[in-house]
Write a protein that binds this ligand. Structure first.
Ligand code: SF4
Length: 428
């Protein structure tokens, strides 16, 4: 059990060799992001322009979570559209007219592209522009792609936020933008800590509703809360904003480093920050130490899935005492995850991309105590006797910042405890 995190490693993984694989990969598509984005942006509607498969994916992934009038739907491309027999563009615009006539609560409408809409080259940006002009200022219409062609599921959020950036009003004000769609409880805690530290002007992208002012300009510094926002990072830099590099706010160490980096950028001295964070840090350490009793000494293998793998590996090895065998990520964007790689001690294979069969062979050879992977791989690996954790749960659950640090560690401890119990029962 590690009550305190160790000092930074002499040799981190920032310059470690990366095993690059470009083969078959097993991940969900970017449409999945709608499931958490629609809960975050309360006056937005996501209209997927796709096939019945896309509608089915959304319904089955979100089915259990719909408890009010849904804020997403699918404009189904029929065979005639796909064969170029009908004017899908006109039909889409009619569909939007019908939707907006029915739903006066919608203030932001996202036209979400899919594999079929990309294959038939439906121009969603032209549709969004035309519809935006027609419905301004009541509704802003934007578009992005959630297609699963060569992408991973968290890229849907990245594409959505990146699409919002060019439409943000310009501002010269000195301000912080916190970027990433977090559950409200985690977001509120972060805003509270930032206010106590002395950063008064903070906005969040995405905001909870369209009326909340979020502006950007050369005096905006932005801090990412999710490791998969490479496109949004580039879009914000194009608007003149400056990125604050920092480890991601997972666990006590990540949260402390993230807050200190933000405070440094705003010229606030560390003593003031430390006075604010002392008590929540101690609570986080205590909560993590409890879950670490199960995790400490156990080996860990990450398949590439959520793009959160590197910051999570840093948390699980440094704060929970686990040993990483392989840390696979769909893409390694060093500008974003460099500070986490620096803290991750040399040793694990760092892999980017996927050749699923080869990676499965490495995983079977390593026989890790815990394998973090997507839904598609979890069941077969469990059947082979390995203990798995689904990465997708991490984007639905509040896991960021101090008060969630214990829950984050518990999410990984739970499958290990269940696995041990099952083994015990089988032995009796
Ligand atoms: S966008 Fe592509 S991968 Fe995703 S559900 Fe639709 S067809 Fe499938």
């Amino acid at each position: 059990m590690t009550a305190h995190t160790p000092p930074p490693p002499a040799m981190g993984c920032r310059n470690a060799p990366v095993l690059k694989e470009r083969g078959q990969h097993e991940v969900f598509c970017g449409l999945t992001g709608i499931i958490w984005l629609h809960r975050k942006m309360q006056d937005a509607f996501f209209l997927v322009v796709g096939s019945r498969t896309c509608a089915h994916l959304l319904q089955s992934a979100a089915g259990v979570m719909i408890f009010a009038e849904p804020r997403f739907g699918t404009a189904i491309l029929e065979e005639g559209d796909l064969a170029g027999l009908a004017d899908a563009q006109e039909e889409l615009e009619r569909e939007v007219d019908r939707l907006l006539a029915r739903r006066s609560d919608i203030r932001q409408l996202f036209l979400v592209g899919s594999c079929p809409s990309e294959v038939i080259k439906l121009d969603l940006s032209r549709a969004a522009e035309r519809l935006s002009a027609k419905y301004a200022p009541r509704v802003r219409v934007l578009n992005y792609s959630g297609s699963g062609i060569e992408t991973t599921f968290t890229e849907g959020e990245d594409a959505c936020l990146a699409a919002m950036v060019p439409a943000l009003p310009a501002s010269d004000e000195r301000q912080l933008m916190m970027v990433g769609a977090l559950p409200d409880v985690a977001e509120d805690q972060a805003l509270d800590l930032l206010a106590q530290i002395g950063i008064d002007k903070v906005s969040v992208l995405p905001a909870r509703n369209a009326d909340t002012e979020v502006s950007v300009g050369p005096n905006t510094s932005f801090a990412l809360t999710q490791a998969f926002l490479g496109g949004t990072h580039a879009a914000l830099e194009r608007r003149g904003a400056r990125h604050i590099p920092a480890p991601f706010p997972f666990g006590e160490e990540g949260t402390t480093a993230w807050l200190r980096a933000v405070a440094r950028d705003f010229g606030i001295d560390q003593a003031r920050v430390d006075a604010v964070i002392d008590a929540p840090r101690a609570r986080a350490r205590k909560a993590v130490a409890k879950a670490a009793e199960t995790l400490s000494g156990k080996s860990l293998f990450f398949f590439p899935d959520s793009q959160m793998e590197i910051p999570l590996a840093r948390f699980l090895t440094r704060e929970c005492g686990m040993r990483a065998v392989e840390v696979g990520a769909p893409y390694i964007h060093k500008t974003l995850v460099g500070p986490d790689l620096e803290l991750l001690a040399e040793g694990p294979v760092i892999s980017e991309g996927q050749d699923v069969e080869m990676q499965l062979d490495r995983c079977r050879a390593a026989q890790p105590d815990l394998t973090v992977c997507g839904l598609g791989l979890a069941n077969p690996l469990e059947a082979e006797g390995l203990c798995t954790k689904w990465a997708i749960e991490l984007v639905f659950t509040p896991v960021h910042f101090y008060e969630q640090a214990g829950d984050l560690a518990s999410l990984f401890a739970r499958p290990l405890r269940r696995h041990d119990l099952l083994k015990l029962e089988a032995a009796e």
